[in-house]
Write a protein that binds this ligand. Structure first.
Ligand code: BG6
Ligand code: MG
Length: 215
């Protein structure tokens, strides 16, 4: 049976995916580059610099290293401002009860987030104690869709990948879970997350009972 569950953060535990979008949107608008919610889907789950490079590429804009660093920093400053307002009220519906059920059922619980702001967001949400391990961008070499971040979390939890479940809202994230040989729960729309083993449209649908019907 499954012994561990590894959650993505942004867009799964809380709606910071929206804050990332808003921060990129402002930057793209300032630069006069095209950017909308649809193009934003490709940015979910991937690193800050890779996200910037995709935005520049879509707008046929080439910039030097220093200018890219400056823009990535600027986006992050805006993002950090947005996450100041996060409180436990910002946990997505059903998340606390799902985490509680999982921990009572003896699941090991991990987090695999590509964000360098992960610790700060988890702290503000006041859910740190649910997680046995939090793996973030700083501790891995390759980002999603590479499986490294999920495999690292599994290793730290001391659970074989095939006994792990991953939860993701990003296409790159679901790909990472599947490449890690784990069961993938997708949160979002089928057109972005077709590879998920179980797809929910909202975190409200997540419960131990519903999960047991899928694994
Ligand atoms: C991921 C988000 O969790 O973290 C991406 O889905 C984001 O949108 C990435 O770009 C990196 O985040 P940060 O906070 O390090 O810029
Ligand atoms: Mg996400």
């Amino acid at each position: 049976g499954k012994k561990a569950i590894i959650f993505d953060l942004d867009g799964v535990i809380t709606d910071t995916a929206e804050y990332h979008y808003l921060a990129w949107k402002q930057l793209a608008d300032d630069l006069g580059l095209p950017f909308d919610r649809n193009s934003n889907e490709r940015l979910k789950g991937i690193s800050r610099m890779e996200s910037l490079e995709l935005i520049l590429e879509a707008g046929n804009k080439e910039l030097g290293h220093d200018e890219k660093e400056r823009l990535a920093h600027k986006k992050n400053e805006h993002y950090k401002e947005l996450i100041q307002q996060i409180t436990p009220d910002d946990l997505l519906p059903g998340i606390v009860s799902f985490l509680t059920e999982l921990s009572e059922a003896g699941f090991k619980i991990g987090m695999a987030s590509a964000s360098k702001n992960a610790q700060e967001v988890v702290r503000r949400l006041e859910v740190t104690s649910f997680f046995h391990v939090i793996v973030d961008a700083a501790s891995v070499k390759k980002g999603k869709p590479d499986p490294e971040i999920f495999l690292t979390a599994a290793q730290l939890l001391e659970v074989e990948p095939n006994a792990c479940i991953g939860v993701e809202d990003a296409q790159a994230g679901v790909q990472a879970i599947k490449s890690a040989n784990m069961f993938a729960i997708g949160v979002g729309e089928a057109r972005h997350l077709s590879e998920a083993d179980w797809l929910v449209t909202s975190t409200e649908e997540l419960s131990l009972k519903a999960l047991s019907e899928h694994i």
